[in-house]
Design a protein around this ligand. Structure first.
Ligand code: ASP
Ligand code: MG
Length: 415
């Protein structure tokens, strides 16, 4: 059971969490609990680190970790106290106590190994519930505290679940599952019962608010079934022997009736760049994308034409909107190596992605989208496809219309 920041935001909510845990224990389940810091606490701790330096530009990441890891320690202790208060045997665990061994990459450490044996033993011997501080670990050589990157307690939870071979990793959060698209844009969006790991990774831009992407990757590698559910339901209202509302993220073999399209993600955070009449000769793409990569700019969609005259062609691609100006400057600098007539760009674009593992076995899924968007006079600037997804770049002004259109087109609307 993992509880995020809003679910443990104050003592009342921590008590509510304790009742959720007690409910599972009373129902005869063996559980371990992972907690985040109380809402807002990590932001404050990060802010303090930033304000602590005046003379230097950056602070020591080891000390940053020493500071920001404290948030979770407080919640783990408080939840253990409230559990004991309800007569549930409980003990808090910090990352180094389990231990959760990680790499040395302070502030974005990766989990290397977890020994879950003691957590399991204690539950079996004396029904002692382990309450584990999320987000943190320890570097095996230096023994120093590390943290896993923002949102990392989801990853802690999935890693612990793998280590104790849990049947399921329940992520309790402030939403009751993963939706076909953002319900604020499409009120008829529906909660998905099941999503395959691969789809969830693609749905990241929807799911990022729900789950850290790395936790899904980890779940996929170790085959941990991840269940996203609401922590705001009253524990008394839940029948622990029934399937509660939520979304199960699992292997595709567990999903029986597979829809062609599972969900639609969108993002307005990209910008388009077009290089006009660039020379069509070997090495040009390398001359453009090499410097962008060196500048740490993540290129996403790439579209290049076959030249009509064998001499020049157009090259279009997208970059994160925050890197737009930097990308243009980087390309300008290549002008000595390659020649082109014009550099165009646009930041008022949106990327719409249609995702579903069912696409592997269905032809013409994207073609339907092109037709539907054309009927609404929405122009497509660029297209990319993969086995289980296609993405379209359009004018940002049409984002909502396009998402709604495709949501109904693929039968995702709630009736
Ligand atoms: N407390 C950490 C954060 O805010 C980790 C987490 O909540 O997942 O990023
Ligand atoms: Mg979170």
């Amino acid at each position: 059971m993992k509880f995020g920041g809003t679910s443990v935001a104050d003592l009342d909510r921590i008590r509510n969490v304790a009742r959720h845990v007690k409910r599972e224990v009373d129902a005869g389940h063996e559980v371990a609990v992972v907690v985040s810091a109380m809402a807002g606490v990590t932001n404050q701790l990060v802010g303090w680190c930033e304000q602590a330096i005046v003379e230097r530009r950056i602070f020591d990441a080891r000390e940053y970790d020493a500071v920001v890891a404290t948030g979770e320690q407080v919640t783990a202790g408080l939840l253990a106290i409230t559990l004991q208060d309800l007569d549930v045997n409980a003990r808090s665990w910090q990352g180094w106590q389990v231990p959760i061994l990680t790499s040395n990459a302070h502030a974005s450490a990766r989990i290397a190994d977890i020994d879950g044996a003691e957590l399991v033993n204690r539950f079996k011997e004396r029904k002692e519930v382990a309450v584990i501080a999320g987000f943190q670990g320890v570097h095996e050589e230096t023994g120093r505290v590390t943290t896993l990157g923002r949102g990392g307690s989801d990853t802690s939870a999935v890693a612990i679940a793998a280590a104790i071979r849990a049947d399921r990793c329940d992520i309790y959060t402030d939403v009751d599952g993963v939706y076909t698209t953002d319900p604020r844009v499409v009120p008829r969006a529906q909660r998905l019962d099941k999503v395959a790991y691969e789809e969830m990774l693609e749905l990241a831009s929807l799911g990022a608010k729900v789950l850290q992407v790395r936790s899904v990757e980890l779940g996929m590698v170790h085959n941990v079934r991840i269940f996203v559910r609401s922590s705001f339901e009253r524990p008394e209202d839940i029948d622990p022997h029934r399937d509660p509302p939520g979304t199960l993220i699992c292997d595709e073999s567990e999903i029986m009736e597979q829809q062609t399209v599972t969900g639609i993600a969108f993002s307005r955070d990209e910008a388009q760049i077009s290089i006009r009449q660039v020379q069509d000769k070997p090495g040009v793409a390398a001359a453009i994308f090499g410097p962008l990569a060196e500048a740490n700019i993540n290129v996403d969609m790439i579209v290049q034409n076959v030249s009509a005259d064998g001499k020049t062609t157009d090259l279009t691609f997208t970059v994160p909107a925050v890197d737009y100006q930097r990308s243009l400057d980087t390309i300008e600098k290549t002008r000595g190596t390659i020649s082109y007539t014009r550099l165009d760009g646009a930041t008022d674009v949106a990327k719409i992605s249609v995702i579903g593992i069912g696409m592997r076995s269905h032809a013409g899924v994207a073609a339907e989208a092109f037709k539907a968007l054309a009927e609404r006079s929405i122009n497509i600037r660029a297209i990319t496809t993969s086995e289980i997804k296609f993405s379209l770049l359009i004018d940002a002004a049409f984002t909502e219309l396009a998402v709604r259109t495709l949501h109904s087109l693929y039968g995702l609307d709630k009736s």
